[in-house]
Each structure stands twice: as C-alpha cells, then as structure tokens.
Design a protein. Sequence first.
Length: 441
Amino acid sequence: MEQSSLFDSNKNEPLASRLRPRSLDEFAGQTHLIGEGKILRRLIESDNITSLIFWGPPGVGKTTLSKIIANKTNSAFIEFSAVTSGIKDIKIVMQQAEDNRKLGEKTIVFVDEIHRFNKAQQDAFLPFVEKGSIVLIGATTENPSFEVNNALLSRCKVFVLKSLTTEDLTGLLNRAIKDERGFGNNKINIADDMIVTIAEFANGDARSALSTLEMVVLNGDVDKTGTITVTKETMEQCITKKSLLYDKNGEEHYNIISALHKSMRNSDPDAAVYWLARMLESGEDPIYVARRVTRFAAEDVGLADPKALEIAVAAYHACHFIGMPECSVHLTQAVIYMSLAPKSNSMEVAYLKAKQDALQQLSEPVPLHIRNAPTKLMKELNYSKGYQYAHDTEDKLTNMTCLPDSLLGREYYIPSNQGVEVKCKARLEQIKEWKEKHKDD
C-alpha cells in the first residue's frame, strides 16, 4: 500500500483547520460546560440554543463550538466577522433572517470578535434578537461587561471558556498524530516529552499547539522508509519565545497590573516580580508600569517610608532614559522596595475624606484671615486681618484656624503606626497638644 505524502493536495489545509472537532465528543477541554449533563451540552443536544456569548482567550474553541451547534441545529447558520462586516452587511443578513422567520425557520448568526463591533453595529442586532428573528452567538476575547452593549448583553447568556490545560493539549496533539485528518497516514517519530513541551509552549491555545506540531513535523528528518523524526534541534528551532497571554488594551492588562499592585501591598516581593515580568515580557510599556509603581509609593506606603516615592520616581526616569530591556532591573528594584516597605494608606484615606467634603461644600468661602490682601480695597474688606505668621513665633506654631467654619475640627490625616510615620504621628500629636493649650491665647 502506497503511503500518503505530507504534501498531498488534500493536506494543504492547516492542521488546526483539518482537525477541527466535528462533535462534542471530539472537543478538547471545557468539561465544565460540555461535559455529560452540563448545561451547554444539554442546550446543544436538545437544539434549544438561545442567544449567547462565548468569552475566553484565543484558541479555546469559541468558533469550533459555534460550528458544532451549526451541525446539530435545524436552523440556518450565518457566520459574521466583526473585522470585515459593517452595518449594511448586518442589515442584509437581518432581512434574510426575518424572511426565514416568516417561513418558520430559525436563523443562528455567529459573530466572531463581537467586541470589535461599535455600539451602532451592535444595536443593529438588538431588535432582531428581541423579536426572535435570530439567535445570536458572539465570540470575544474581551470582557463582555465592558465591550458588549448592556441592552444586547442582557439578552444573551454568557459562557466563560477557560484556557486548555497541558493535559487537554497533550491529548489533542496525540490525536492529531494518529487521526487520518492529521498525520495518521504518516509515520511520525516524536518523543512524549516533546509533545508535552509543545503543549506547555501553547499556553492553553489549541490552535497554537496544532500549528507548532505541524511546524515541527514538516521540518522533521525523513529517512528512506518515509518515517519523520522530530529531533531536539528541530524543536529548538521551531519553538522560540513563548507568547504570554496578555492584551495591553484588554481585561488581562488590568488583571495583571492589579495583581502587581496587590502583591506589593501584601508585601510579597516574589509575586510582585513575577507579575512585573509577565507585563514587561509581554511588551507592556515600562513607563506605564513605572507610573503605577509611583502611584503605589504614595497610596500604599506614603509617609511610612517617604523614600519609596523617591525610588519610584527614579525608576520612572530610568525607564525614560534607557528603556527596555535594561530598565527591567530598575523596575525590579522599585517593585521589591515597595513590597518590603512598611505600609500606610493614610495619604489615600486623607484625600478621599477631604474630597468628599470639598465636593459637598464647593461654595464654602476661604476664611478672611488667610486670604491675601495685595490691594487697599482688600485690606479695607478685612482680607488677611488676623493672620498669624508662624515663623515669627518661638515654636513656629500659631492657634490660627485654616479650615472653613463649617469644617472646624475635621480630621483627614490619621497617621498609621508603621515605619517613619510613627514620627509623623508623634509630631502631629505634639502640634495638637500645643494648639489645645494655646487655643485661648
């Protein structure tokens, strides 16, 4: 029997496309949704799909699930790409769906990357979803809470798809080697540990895993019998730097900067440096990270260690002067310093309390005695009358009040018992004792 060649005409389609699951039984991962008895599986098998949104990272099966639904349903199936379709295209398809509805036929519309549609484009679907002309299935890598109109989102059930595990991907890769749609008609010699390496490299992305497998097999050594052997050298050439899951404009961006901030706040330098590396190695602008660290220095350390702000600002300037990759060490120094520094949120609390009063009493006048009086008229109106110049006193303190009358006695800054702020607390108590003693002077 003649052995098939990897380059037969029917093998020109990419491996990931050839091996796309045709049924739920072939589907890898997402057992929390499509395992036996799970809700999504029941909806698909009973052909009882309502409008829904698949939210998850790339390569986890969002489009594949929609195609499986298309194969199982008795509905017309129309596929949209939010990248190439406009409102005019939507209206044409919606009219077709409306005609189908009048004939008693249901229409499922699949929109890939629905988050790329603007508000007007998303609104174009809404009336047809409401009256049942279509069942909308959207796929997105972005948080639909931020990227999908509330009116449309409220009419869709959101299913969260998770990144595939290494075990999921290993099983998928082994099936690709044995399946006739993959490399089943060829003799492939690849070590089990290499399969695991490819699975780990794919970072939860089935498409990436299959593409990498295809690359290493096509670049393998072929002997006289036609057996293809994947060597360690081939693997090293085909697998370079791992692409980390990170979207500088999406939810993961905010998730990871939050993880960095909270790791520093929790005094965990190891976790903080890990999240820093995740951001920088994924291409994040170091200046952005430096700005966030500078904010942290005042918000979460403050006067407990005033030097923290100096180090954060110095790191910002270092990033500006030399950039990546050299500035990674400066940010590491700053992040570790913040993690180890004593913590105080007194600055943040003080401002938020003052902000609340400021917003509620925007019209509160500045007390006359602390207003400047550069003109004769102002002096006649008692501007600056009663002002006490602290430097003229022995203790450099006065009993003069500076808050509006309606806010007298209000306290915004409450020092903590952490680090250098202990000295600030002692000094503030000393000032308050002095003013209480001299309040009637």
